[in-house]
Write a new protein. Structure first.
Length: 289
């Protein structure tokens, strides 16, 4: 009888455990989303109600004035900042994918003198803080006249400066069968043709992963544009958001929240449309035959 009773109550315990697990996950998700939801609610609240002691996520009054103020409140329309960020992010993404894939292909599939040494040296740059090279880089770009332009933010991406993406692609390229290279070489394919016709088509997941991360990191970058961009016409979205905080010595929080909400839309859309490739690329990276 005891065994039968336990068997009867087992499904009930399983349902209860599942319900508690889902309730905990929902509560944790709400806790993480609460700041974002509060910012969204603050963007449609009247300015006096943002810090007026209201804790409800549902505003008592809905107003889009903050979006109008944020979009047209500076010397330059916020649309200019969005276009600047989009151009820099797209160019940096293209450069990262092209340069990192070429470098990773050389490390993963080609044989050359000192390959392991150079690969280890490249990985060592991951432990080098960005601030260590900041001043020498700034002096270099200043001497060649690149300061206050997009070039310091874009050109280095075409020179394989992001070791993380190289390492990510090396691990993926190593998982591809070597027999593909050998068969292609027997058919007269060069190393470049193998890279272009065989390796790249089979590496869409990891290329998409690198492109997504590169786009998001470049779009969210604040420090780089702050150092190299001085003209408001070249500002990115992040610098535009900072300008809303300290413009004229005052802080327009409603406009800041409104433009912050809009600045999240491109990142959300990129992740929404490419999440399958992102998950597949992360899941398959690191496997080695």
């Amino acid at each position: 009888m005891t065994t039968d009773a336990a068997a009867v109550h087992a499904p009930e315990r399983s349902v209860l455990r599942s319900a508690l697990t889902h309730a905990g996950l929902i509560a944790a998700s709400f806790a993480m989303l609460y700041p974002l939801l509060w910012m969204l609610a603050g963007s449609v609240r009247p300015a006096d109600d943002i810090f007026g002691g209201q804790t409800s996520l549902i505003p008592s009054q809905v107003s889009i004035r903050a979006y109008e103020t944020g979009w047209f409140g500076l010397q330059v329309s916020f649309g200019t900042f969005f276009l600047n960020s989009l151009a820099i992010s797209v160019l940096a993404t293209i450069g990262n994918v092209m340069a990192a894939s070429l470098t990773a292909y050389a490390f993963a599939r080609l044989q050359f003198f000192g390959r392991n040494f150079w690969f280890a040296l490249m990985l060592g740059t991951l432990m080098l803080p960005y601030h260590v090279t900041l001043i020498p880089q700034y002096v270099l770009f200043l001497n060649i006249g690149w300061v206050n332009t997009w070039l310091p933010l874009v050109v280095p991406k075409f020179l394989a400066v992001d070791a993380f993406f190289i390492f990510l692609m090396v691990q993926f390229f190593r998982s591809l069968p070597r027999e593909l290279d050998e068969a292609a070489m027997m058919d007269g394919c060069s190393a470049w043709r193998i890279y272009w016709k065989i390796v790249l088509p089979l590496s869409v997941p990891v290329l998409a992963t690198a492109a997504i991360f590169s786009f998001i990191w470049t779009w969210e970058d604040f420090f780089g544009p702050l150092i190299y961009l001085g003209d408001i016409h070249t500002y990115t979205v992040q610098l535009g958001l900072r300008s809303l905080v300290d413009a004229g010595g005052t802080s327009d929080w409603g406009a800041l929240f409104a433009m912050s909400v809009l600045s999240l839309i491109p990142i959300f859309l990129v992740f929404l449309f490419f999440q399958r490739l992102l998950i597949e690329g992360i899941a398959t990276t690191g496997m080695k035959r």
